[in-house]
Design a protein around this ligand. Structure first.
Ligand SMILES: C[S@@+](CC[C@H](N)C(=O)[O-])C[C@H]1O[C@@H](n2cnc3c(N)ncnc32)[C@H](O)[C@@H]1O
Length: 259
């Protein structure tokens, strides 16, 4: 067995950097989406928001909020101990401005796991497509109770056009293929599965990996999640008053909703 070693900040940062690269392989406009989210966050919630980062992973959104809003505070929520631990160690310098919460967003118990009170914003990146329609509907109702009136929800994710928009969905595929043909050669590199295979051998995360295997016995292979209309309908039904797309590039979108 490999000797145990400590998860230092430097080691955590190296794994996070590899995480960012593999995420960018799957979501090439990821950084652009982050920038859009921060602009909308500032415009609606102001300069010192109290935020939730839902499905925070290694804390990509959390870090960008903390860096760009020196008086912001973030509660970062994820049920995966491996990625969350990387974020916790790498971002320890932010001290009490960030709180890491182990919770499953599919379970109603998640809302009791986060610190009480109202939040100015809830943000999420590439995470909520893991939830099915009824789970999202419940999550949105929970968010409507915890995001203050006038606060904002920003969801950056792959969100498909309405299932009934058959011609537009087909055209979107053709548009994407045409754009791809003109694009410089696709980047290659470590993907999602490669990253998980690599970190499984990291002795500093052996215990977190054991829990990860219990919680995620199967590789994530896609969840039947709502389309754009489904998100909008559920957000409005939950009590969000305004819901609009604020960024869209093929399936990659940012949906904003004001409470
Ligand atoms: C593709 S990663 C994105 C992580 C991060 N937001 C980013 O952009 O790098 C998706 C994250 O959502 C988390 N996630 C998926 N389903 C979840 C659930 N039901 N409850 C909490 N977290 C969940 C996963 O554990 C994973 O960390």
């Amino acid at each position: 067995m490999a000797p145990s070693r400590r998860l230092t900040r430097g080691l955590a940062q190296r794994w996070r950097r590899r995480w960012d690269l593999q995420q960018e392989l799957h979501v090439p406009d990821r950084e652009r989406r982050f920038r859009i989210m921060l602009l909308w966050l500032r415009a609606v919630a102001g300069s010192h928001p109290r935020c939730l980062d839902l499905g925070c992973g290694t804390g990509a959104v959390t870090q960008r909020v903390l860096e760009n809003f020196p008086r912001a505070r973030v509660v970062a929520v994820d049920c995966d101990p491996v990625t969350r631990r990387l974020g916790e160690v790498a971002l320890a310098r932010y001290g009490g401005r960030v709180t890491w919460v182990d919770a499953d967003l599919r379970s109603p118990a998640w809302r009791r796991s986060i610190p009480p009170g109202r939040y100015d914003a809830a943000l999420s990146s590439t995470a909520l497509h893991w939830l099915r329609g009824p789970e999202l509907a419940r999550l949105y109702r929970d968010l409507a109770r915890r995001v203050r009136p006038g606060g904002i929800f920003l969801n950056a994710d792959g969100i498909a056009f309405d299932r009934r928009s058959r011609r537009l969905r087909k055209a979107e595929t053709a548009v994407a293929a045409a754009a791809q043909a003109r694009a410089p050669r696709a980047r290659r590199g470590e993907g999602w599965t490669d990253w998980w295979e690599a970190i499984a051998d990291e002795p500093a995360l052996a215990e977190e990996m054991r829990v990860h295997r219990e919680r995620f016995p199967h590789e994530h292979a896609g969840t039947p999640t709502p389309d754009l209309t489904g998100h909008v309908r559920r957000l409005r039904a939950a009590g969000f008053r305004e819901v609009e797309l604020v960024y869209s590039r093929r399936h990659s979108r940012v949906l904003a909703a004001v409470r």
